[in-house]
Design a protein around this ligand. Structure first.
Ligand code: GAP
Length: 456
């Protein structure tokens, strides 16, 4: 974590959590049975937000590049993978028990009073010695539940990429430097899941393993740090809320020759969004040793054979989605033409990642011509973007409902659209902009051309 911690803001976080539930971004998993700690379900808006985020990551990390291809590995893998990677032995967090209230905590996250750690649950200082707790969930493959059948739910997506390195290299006919990208679920039995979805037991990762010659590793680490910062800015996280923390050599994994954490100012403090790590040839070498298979590379130009080095930008989908919601949340006082003030809650999402791109409203729901026109516009825009048709309540209320979920555009079909105020305004609509609340008159035929470039 960085040094300069801004004040945490629990009230703001409470409002965000409550909005997420009220408007269908995020629910507690298995809520009607009391939930399951560390697990979350994404509702209709949350799933759109996550999809937009993952699609944009895939677009810029895979589709728009010549040097990256994708894959989708299985969650369950041969146990030998986790022995070779070191996860069976060392993927642990230090855990302590409180002897007074029996709660379990991560030893490195305990609060302290006068330098002495205490239990955050009951305040007791009577804690056990720290011991290593392996974070991998285990299960069994097949009908026999013994050691030979034991497997783990993957705690990261990266290992599937390392063990398929040779296959992907051969089929894609790429030359170094090149990368393999993957988005998928990962599972960690965190001792203390906390801060809403920030530390979960089931989550999604977006990982790239970028393979290169040893001489290129350091430079590519810095290149990928800049690319990833640009990504976060392009989805609307302000640069001043992003922090780069260079992990000192003594805190890095022994094989790493450089690691940056990209951090974000959440309402509960500055916390990691993504790690960008130069992992050298460690992972491929571990799998070469354990499997006996050649995972090396022959360079045609230099006629040399070597094990590639790896730079890994590894991001969390859920953490980024939470950062997007926290960053977008805003409250402002607005005063109408009669002088009446009210608080407007607005999620100022970048249009690119907003769950719904455009709300479409007939002025009156009991006028069949207005309704038919609004339905026609919905059909026009729907193949290209997520739309939301709403005919219920006063138009101002409908705007507010969309502001609260971050919809950047609103289209209102009124009597002018139908040509009742003359031919000049026939087949035009009101286009409302979420942030400024400004409205403009736009021909229906221009809508797609105006909105689409701003939401992709
Ligand atoms: N392959 C490298 C790797 O997994 P990591 O720093 O352990 O590195 C990468 O994880 C990212 O995955 C983190 O920066 C974070 O965004 C996300 N992540 C890790 N643990 C998480 C958890 N318990 N809940 C939510 N996201 C998590």
């Amino acid at each position: 974590m960085s040094q300069q911690q801004p004040k945490s803001n629990p009230e703001r976080m409470e409002k965000i959590v409550s909005l997420c539930k009220r408007r269908g971004f995020i629910f507690q998993s298995s809520e009607i049975y009391g939930g399951l700690n560390g697990c979350w379900d994404y509702g209709p808006l949350g799933v759109e937000l996550k999809r937009n985020l993952k699609d944009y990551w895939w677009r810029v990390m895979v589709r728009e590049r010549d040097d990256v291809v994708g894959m989708d590995g299985s969650i369950l893998m041969n146990r030998a993978v986790w022995k070779a990677s070191g996860h069976e032995e060392t993927f642990t967090d230090p855990m302590v028990d409180c002897r007074n209230c029996k709660a379990r905590h991560r030893a490195d996250q305990l609060p302290q009073k006068e330098g002495v750690p205490y239990c955050p649950n009951c305040g007791s200082r009577d804690l056990t010695e720290a011991r290593a707790f392996n974070l991998m969930f285990q299960t069994y493959v097949g009908a026999t539940q013994d050691e030979n059948a034991k497997v783990f739910l993957r705690p990261e997506t990266a290992q599937a990429i390392f063990v398929q390195f040779k296959n992907v290299l051969e089929v894609s006919r790429k030359k170094l430097p090149f990368g393999i990208a993957q988005i998928g679920k990962a599972f960690r039995n965190e001792i203390n899941p906390r801060n809403f979805t920030f530390r979960s037991r089931e989550f999604e990762q977006m990982e790239l393993e970028y393979f290169c010659a040893p001489s290129q590793g350091r430079e590519l680490l810095d290149y990928w740090l800049q690319e990833r910062l640009r990504f976060y800015e392009n989805i609307g996280l302000p640069r001043e809320k992003l922090h780069v923390h260079e992990i000192p050599a003594e805190e890095r994994a022994f094989y790493s020759q450089g690691t940056y954490d990209i951090e974000f100012e959440f309402p509960f403090g500055i916390q990691e969004l993504e790690g960008v790590a130069y992992r050298t040839d460690y992972d491929l070498n571990q799998h070469i040793k354990a499997s006996g298979k050649p995972l090396d590379y022959f360079d045609e130009e230099s006629k040399q054979r070597f094990v590639p080095h790896v730079v890994e930008p590894s991001a969390g989908v859920d953490r980024t989605a939470l950062a997007l919601i926290c960053s977008a949340y805003d409250e402002e006082t607005v005063t109408d033409e009669k002088g009446k003030s009210e608080t407007r809650i607005v999620l100022r999402f970048h249009p690119r990642i907003a769950p719904v791109k455009v709300g479409i409203f007939p002025l009156l729901k009991n006028n069949e011509h207005l309704v038919a026109k609004a339905r026609e516009i919905t059909a026009l825009l729907r193949p290209h973007m997520m739309t939301f048709y709403d005919e219920g309540g006063a138009i101002g209320r409908r705007y507010r409902r969309q502001d609260e979920v971050g919809t950047p555009f609103g289209i209102t079909v009124d009597f002018e659209t139908l040509g009742e105020k003359g031919d000049e305004l026939k087949d035009t609509v009101t286009l409302r902009h979420r942030d400024s609340m400004k409205q403009e008159r736009v021909p229906i035929k221009d809508l797609l051309g105006i909105i689409l470039p701003q939401v992709t």
